[in-house]
Ligand binder design. Sequence first.
Ligand SMILES: [Zn+2]
Length: 196
Amino acid sequence: MDVMTEKTLQETTCSECGTRLAEGQDREVTADGSFCRSCFERLREQLRQAIETQQRDVPWMRAALGGLAGAALGVLAWWGFTVVTEIAFGLIAVGIGIAVGKGVVLASGEKRSHGLQAMSVAISVAAFAYASYLVNRTFLQRAFAAQGSPGTLPFFPNPELFLSVVKLNLGIMDAVFLAIVVYEAWKIPAPVRLPA
Ligand SMILES: [Zn+2]
């Protein structure tokens, strides 16, 4: 062993309690430093409890309202952008997934669980579909007006009309954007995982 390595080993101390870790002493080396065994086990237990608390007593109603508020923001942002710029820029739709995920987490008081993930995805997909309807509705009405036969489509259509309007502009990029929306909505309320 060269002098340098020997010195480094001798000078290692526990990042939590500062105890010097003798060569060969049981330790846990992490990205955040080296820990003596008892400090590591204690910190790990604290982390485990914190993660457990995050998943317990979820206020579902508040979480749903937060998700819906996020959805409304995301839908309005995308639709507003489209109305103002006259281009349907699907990438902005991705913001729906982020807004819903953050809404769910914030409104539930920083809770994260698989149930919240499922709720976040369901709200986001519905919001993405409704935003697509609103965007296509705007373009359709402009096309009607340009042809000299202005007509309006309802804000809350029946399912049949809804589907036929949403299907109008479907393309491969919509699938990509929807996939990103789902990914963001799923990722944000995910429970923190205990490092192995
Ligand atoms: Zn220690």
